[in-house]
Structures are given as structure tokens and as C-alpha cells.
Design a protein around this ligand. Structure first.
Ligand SMILES: [Zn+2]
Length: 237
């Protein structure tokens, strides 16, 4: 009897079992089974949210700085105006940077020896003149600034204000002045073959995404000053 009492005292208590048979319990059971999937979905959603909030703007910033790192405007680089004392008149209405004068005139002489007659159309242009060209022609042509910028630089963004740019035509085919057709002239073919010898380079070739091809527009890169001016432009765009 004493032994029995002890047995009762040390009896292992039975686990209390509740049968999950009401509707509330069924939902709980289902939730329990689905919880890993819900957790996974929440993690994916949170990760996407973090990416959008944190990485998204960073990407935009990188993109913007890539575009604006050299301060281009509508595809054109900013250029300071050359001091007046560095300008020389090479013919009526055409002034250029004094560093470029000899090379430019020599190039015209050498071309003449080959039976090619180069004509200079436009050299230095002040920022004020560029302002008139850009805004007056824009309104005449009823163009948006970006469209106009394809064929003319905004004021403060023209290579012509540096004195190192020259627009060249063919004296025997003046109808091609400032026209893409200039590329079919003997003058242009001669320039492509020989201009580099005189340190001239075509500024806006067919690869430029923002500025139209200008076969008549050449720039001088034969002095340290000119190279510094065009350093940004010579980096891959
Ligand atoms: Zn030009």
C-alpha cells in the first residue's frame, strides 16, 4: 500500500492534448505551414525596397555625374573667351588665336600648291556674337534649344570663342559652305589627308551623339594652350 502511494506520487503527468478541430485552429495550422513561405516573400519584398531606396538614387547620382562631370550643356563643352590681345586679324572679318595663325596660313599655301583652294569662313566669335547667333536663329527657325544646339553652340560653349576654331570652305564650290556636302569637295578630301600635319583636327565627326557632323569646322591643337583648352573634348565622350 505504501509502495502504491509512492507510485501515484511519481506518476508521469500526461501531456494535455487539444484536438485542433475547430475553424480557428485550422487557420492557425495552415499559417504555421505557410510561415516559411510568407517569411521568404517578406524578405524578398524588403530587399527590393532597400535596393530601390538606397541603391536607386546612388545609381542616378553616378549617371548624372557621368553626364555632367565635364559640365557639358546640350553636348557642348564650356569655353572661355580668348583675351583680345591674343587675337590677330588674318583677313577682313576673320580673327584667330595668334598661336594658330602661321599654321593656318601655311596650310592654305600648301593646299594651293596641290591645286586646292581653301577659304576661311569663320574664325573667332565673341560670346556676345554667339549669343545672337544661338538665340536669333533659334527663334527664326522655330527650334527648341536642344535642336538648335545640334548645329550651333550655346553662348559660352563654342570652340570659336577660344580663337582656335576655323570654319573652312572650298573656294571653287561655295554652295557647300557650312553644308554637310562640303565632305564631297576636293578641299575636304585634302584636309582629311593633310590637316593633321598642320595640327588641325575635325571637331564634330559623325560619331557625336549630340552635335551634328560639321565637316567644315576644324580646330587647332598645335600649342600647349590649345591642347589644354581641348583636353576635356579629347576624352572619350
Ligand atoms: Zn565652326
Amino acid at each position: 500500500m505504501e509502495q502504491n502511494k509512492d507510485l501515484i506520487q511519481f506518476d508521469i503527468p500526461l501531456a494535455k492534448r487539444i484536438h485542433l478541430n475547430n475553424s480557428n485552429s485550422i487557420i492557425k495550422k495552415k499559417l504555421l505551414i505557410l510561415s516559411p513561405f510568407i517569411l521568404l516573400l517578406c524578405s524578398i519584398f524588403t530587399l527590393r525596397l532597400i535596393r530601390n531606396v538606397e541603391i536607386g538614387p546612388l545609381d542616378n547620382l553616378n549617371f548624372q555625374s557621368q553626364i555632367n562631370y565635364d559640365h557639358r550643356l546640350l553636348g557642348h563643352l564650356p569655353y572661355a573667351e580668348i583675351p583680345k590681345e591674343k587675337l590677330v586679324l588674318i583677313e577682313p572679318n576673320i580673327e584667330v588665336h595668334m598661336d594658330m595663325r602661321d599654321s593656318l596660313l601655311k596650310m592654305r599655301e600648301e593646299a594651293k600648291k596641290d591645286g586646292i583652294y581653301l577659304v576661311f569662313l569663320s574664325g573667332y566669335r565673341s560670346i556676345n556674337l554667339q549669343n545672337d547667333i544661338f538665340y536669333s536663329l533659334k527663334s527664326i527657325r522655330n527650334q527648341e534649344a536642344a535642336e538648335r544646339a545640334r548645329v550651333s553652340a550655346p553662348p559660352g560653349y563654342s570652340e570659336h570663342s577660344t580663337g582656335f576654331a576655323i570654319d573652312i570652305g572650298d573656294a571653287t564650290q561655295r554652295e557647300t559652305d557650312f553644308e554637310t556636302d562640303f565632305e564631297n569637295t576636293d578641299a575636304f578630301k585634302w584636309l582629311i589627308k593633310n590637316a593633321a600635319k598642320f595640327h588641325f583636327k575635325l571637331s564634330f565627326n559623325k560619331d557625336n551623339k549630340y552635335i551634328d557632323y560639321e565637316p567644315w569646322h576644324w580646330r587647332y591643337e598645335g600649342s600647349i594652350e590649345a591642347l589644354k583648352v581641348f583636353e576635356s573634348s579629347n576624352r572619350k565622350f
